[in-house]
Design a protein around this ligand. Sequence first.
Ligand SMILES: *[C@@H]1O[C@H](CO)[C@@H](O)[C@H](O)[C@H]1NC(C)=O
Length: 359
Amino acid sequence: MVFPLVVMLLHLHSGFGGLPFYNGFYYDRVMNDKGDGNGNGEAPFNGVKLVVETSPDTVFAHRGANVTLPCHYHFAPQLDAPHKIRVKWSKLRQDSTKDRDVLAAAGPRQRSFGEFRGRAQLQQASPHEVSLVLDDLRLQDAGKYRCEVIDGLEDESGIVDLELQGLVFPYQPRRGRYVLNFHEAKKTCEEQDAVMASFDQLFKSWMEGLDWCNAGWLIDGTVQYPITLPREPCGGKDMAPGIRNYGERHKNLHHFDVFCFSSALKGTVYYLARHEKFTLEKAKQACQDDRAEIAKVGQLYSAWKFLGLDRCDAGWLADGSVRYPIISPRPNCGPPEPGIRSFGFPKVGKFGVYCYKMS
Ligand SMILES: *[C@@H]1O[C@H](CO)[C@@H](O)[C@H](O)[C@H]1NC(C)=O
């Protein structure tokens, strides 16, 4: 397969830092006998501007944390009379799905929706604050949120960007290279306790040194791969380092690898200390006997990145791959850079095992 390659050179995603954080506009509400004024010809409600302000800075958090997405509004000029407004928070689309409702509030009534039910509340510490508090962050929560304030017929909004601290890892299933369509790729990441990575997440990992010469799906439906050391088979030796981009591919018909994203681990991963080595089936059983379960690939990466797991012993993981995590490179423990070492998916042989416990 040959696709045109486009190199993205340190191309900071547009709309990342450049979003206006309010877009207030003026409106005239003509008061008349039918309107909500008292019809006595009092000063018309002219030239009042509703302004919504959100944080222009990205909010950073990690899986499991509680986070506040700041949002405030005011009227300019200020209104003396208290004014009823409604608030709506939504999450902007990341793949081809629709914007998702997060929370709606009118007066003291609040309602959260879908996967945000029970985890989203409005914070109103000051009279004009309508910030969103999200509890127990999930990997899927990363992205852009719209804070919308509705005053009668007018509505104004601002955007808050929520990023999770985490890591991106490339994933190739047992069946081999380039066998996943978009939908299978998405599911594959979820099976590893991860989500499909966004471009921003891949970009950040590339800045931190990720180099991978196999193209993988991203959540926006594009296929890309990060190169820090340009070489012939990976877009060309003379190309600058960058994210090589195949562009948007057909979600059902085209097959690639995938980039998955994970954040902090809830729980722990450990190498099961036993003298014996196991087949995959026996390894699963050994973790269960230890009141744990065999770890997933995303969990091993999280433990390596966030809990400092460093172990020079190859162990089974739930998908049937054998890997081990190295933070301090040393002789006989793989290449001179830190990383997760992989033996692929051995068909025979006995190894140790990495187990995962919720707490
Ligand atoms: C998050 O908030 C909930 C209550 O809303 C609290 O029970 C929990 O301990 C908080 N979690 C963290 C990590 O602070």
